[in-house]
Design a binder for this molecule. Structure first.
Ligand code: F6P
Length: 319
């Protein structure tokens, strides 16, 4: 029997639990013995590695987060701790690892592979959707649906008063969540780090809309823009003359029942990851593009800067 392990690293996403469930099932179907590594690379170092079977993953498919925990490990950046991690894997005869995480985690695994030859496959998992080479990262659809529900709820109260709401989404330096949410939730304004903006350009138009009877505004802003959300709200009050409120959606975007799409993507990502490792792919990332799933090298993924889809950026200009 060959042994295979999985871990989650970095920000958790909804979709990790369905991925863990399928990992166990598909490993066993392929005659592999599945192992969980708890708490990301920290668990690899601290030897929190357990053999698992069907019973460990029953009842988790509908749960957000990750039942095996995640972490951002500083220690794994140091060789002395990677050496300990390798000893722990050797003791259990594990030489294949699936990592659900972002490009930082994949870079760490690349170094680990070069030093110790542990084969790995990366599954892009971050609500930010900012990994180069893939158009989809696990968890994005669930996060977008959480944001949609929040904006729809806020619209109810925004329209009852006459107010502007500045709704702040996560995404770190990437505006994907904010832009897609603005386009699909009917926002009047969207500000993201990838596009220069000048609020004064909207002044005349927004004032005119108010004179023509508009009661409220929805502005979706990404956490990575240069101004704070409160500053945008003050601009609405002072320059447009409408009372305003800020709603920072924060970590609500990382939780919630995984959508059907994320469950299916989790299934497919894990299938490709296990198939890849069994066909001797040594250090790849499963990427999803318009032409389907493909294995890309970690160098291509980690050393190329992510760029927001140009078609989406063009839509922003028309907002
Ligand atoms: O990378 C995912 C993410 O949720 C970002 O959107 C956000 O900036 C960050 O993680 C928050 O990190 P933490 O959970 O450590 O506060």
């Amino acid at each position: 029997m060959k042994n295979i392990a999985i871990l989650c690293s970095g920000g958790d996403v909804s979709g990790m639990n369905p991925a863990l469930k399928h990992f166990v099932e598909y490993s066993l179907q392929n005659g592999l013995t599945p192992y969980f590594v708890y708490d990301g690379f920290e668990g690899l170092i601290d030897n929190k590695i357990d053999k698992v079977s069907h019973k460990h993953v029953s009842g988790i498919i509908n749960r957000g987060g990750t039942m095996i925990g995640s972490a951002r490990s500083k220690r794994f950046t140091l060789k002395e701790f990677r050496d300990i991690a390798k000893k722990n894997l050797d003791a259990l005869n594990i030489d294949m690892l699936i990592v659900l995480g972002g490009d930082g985690s994949f870079k760490g695994m690349d170094i680990f592979y070069k030093e110790h030859g542990v084969k790995f496959c990366g599954v892009p998992s971050t609500i930010d959707n900012d990994i180069s080479g893939t158009e989809y990262c696990l968890g994005v659809d669930t996060a977008l649906n959480v944001i949609k529900d929040s904006i729809d709820n806020i619209r109810d109260t925004a329209s009852s008063f006459s107010r502007a709401f500045v709704i702040e989404t996560m995404g770190r330096n990437c505006g994907y969540l904010a832009l897609v949410s603005a386009l699909t939730c009917g926002a009047e304004l969207c500000l993201i780090p990838e596009a220069e903006h000048n609020l004064s350009e909207h002044e005349k138009d927004f004032k005119k809309q108010m004179q023509n009877g508009r009661r409220y505004f929805i502005a979706v802003v990404s956490e990575g823009i240069k101004e704070s959300s409160q500053e945008i709200a003050s601009w609405f009050e002072e320059n447009i003359g409408v009372e305003s409120r800020v709603a920072v959606l924060g970590h609500t975007q990382r939780g919630g029942n995984p959508t059907t799409y994320d469950r299916l993507m989790a299934y497919k990502f894990v299938n490709y990851a296990i198939d890849g490792l069994l066909s001797d792919k040594t250090k790849s990332v499963i990427c999803y593009t318009k032409s389907g799933f493909e294995y890309k090298s970690i160098d291509e993924v980690a050393n190329t800067k992510y760029r927001l889809d140009s078609e989406l950026l063009n839509y922003l200009k028309r907002l």
